[in-house]
Design a protein around this ligand. Structure first.
Ligand code: HEC
Length: 330
């Protein structure tokens, strides 16, 4: 019964990567309070899940196709980038470009609906957006500008978790302790669930909670031998906090993007021998820190956009871990 409860709270990071057809995520999106009242009859969790699908299926490809060339890693016209929610909230020269819930106050919407011959219309060159595309952007902002923390516009798709359906399905036996820990994590507002119905492997996602991840919560993670996927993206996790993960040797995917983790924190990951995916996008790590990752022989994907890591540092890691695909964002 407790497991059922966990299954009902849906992990965003699982939803995105495993493609579970799950009902929604227990997330508080900025701007929820501004949702039009007619939507309040719907199940808010289901709505948020649909919002994630809408973002990934429609808005992300639209931004990539029509805006990214001039507002991405290579070029920041108007000092604006559209490849993360944060950069849209920060905006460019004129201030915030997106105000969640308020398309009329959102510069990206204002600029795409200008008449095609207006010199301010966006995109600045090429075909203007169709009316349908304009409405899609409008709808996305209106519904709170849902943007899962680990999805970066312009990045290659996250690796498939092909092993979930295969031989590794079972996981290890679930103990009472682990169930209790899961329930405690779930009741803190984080997302905690099984990866799939047929497995004991667990997924925990703190990325949508308050940024604080307490010592107590990190302690709970130590009681979860089935922990397979963990997101601490955008939280206030510290280098010292990461020490609590060093026993999570079954962990396959770890999202630490947009945190203050430094080289010293990476030292605590050296024992995670099963780690396949590690996202360090937007952290201050350097070449020095990558040395701690040389023991991670199973590593397949490493995201290092907007870090201090150089081409040489990446090449050196690749020598130690030949199977790793390193994304420096250029
Ligand atoms: C061919 C290049 C190009 C493309 C493609 C493009 N833009 Fe721009 N954009 C610019 C330039 C140049 C500026 C700065 C001058 C200006 O504000 O008109 C700008 C400015 C902006 C600004 C104002 C930023 C600020 O704070 O002043 C917004 C908002 C914007 N673009 C949104 C978009 C969106 C949304 C798309 C995709 C639908 C897009 N742009 C596609 C060139 C481009």
């Amino acid at each position: 019964m407790q497991w059922q409860k966990m299954l009902n709270s849906v992990a965003l990071v699982c939803l995105v990567s495993v493609g579970l057809n799950a009902p929604g995520l227990a997330a508080q999106q900025a701007g929820d309070g501004d949702s039009p009242s007619q939507q309040q009859e719907h199940d808010p969790q289901q709505q948020a899940g649909e919002g994630v699908d809408f973002f990934i299926g429609t808005i992300k490809p639209l931004l990539e196709r029509t805006c990214l060339d001039c507002h991405g890693p290579d070029d920041q016209q108007g000092r604006l980038r559209v490849d993360s929610l944060q950069s849209l909230l920060d905006g460019g020269i004129s201030g915030p470009s997106v105000v969640p819930g308020k398309p009329e106050e959102s510069l990206i919407y204002e600029r795409i609906i200008l008449p095609p011959d207006d010199f301010m219309v966006m995109p600045a060159t090429g075909e203007p957006l169709t009316e349908e595309e304009q409405q899609q952007i409008r709808q996305w902002i209106e519904q709170g500008a849902i943007w899962p923390a680990d999805v970066i516009v312009g990045s290659p798709p996250a690796p498939e978790m092909d092993d979930v359906a295969g031989v590794e399905v079972a996981g290890v036996e679930v103990t009472e302790d682990e169930i209790a820990a899961m329930n405690q994590v779930a009741s803190s507002g984080a997302i905690a669930m099984r990866l799939a119905q047929s497995t004991n492997w667990l997924c925990v996602d703190f990325s949508l909670t308050d940024t604080e991840v307490s010592e107590e919560h990190l302690g709970l993670l130590e009681k979860m031998p089935n922990l397979y996927e963990l997101s601490l993206a955008g939280t206030a996790i510290t280098d010292a906090g990461l020490a609590r993960l060093s026993g999570a040797t079954n962990l396959r995917r770890l999202s630490l993007q947009n945190t203050v983790i430094t080289d010293a924190g990476l030292e605590h990951l050296a024992t995670l021998h099963n780690l396949r995916y590690l996202n360090l996008y937007g952290t201050p790590v350097t070449d020095q820190g990558l040395k701690h990752l040389e023991s991670l022989s199973a590593l397949e994907r490493l995201y290092l956009w907007q870090t201090e890591v150089t081409e040489q540092g990446a090449a050196q890691l690749k020598e130690a871990v030949p199977g790793v695909d390193i994304n420096l964002g250029n």
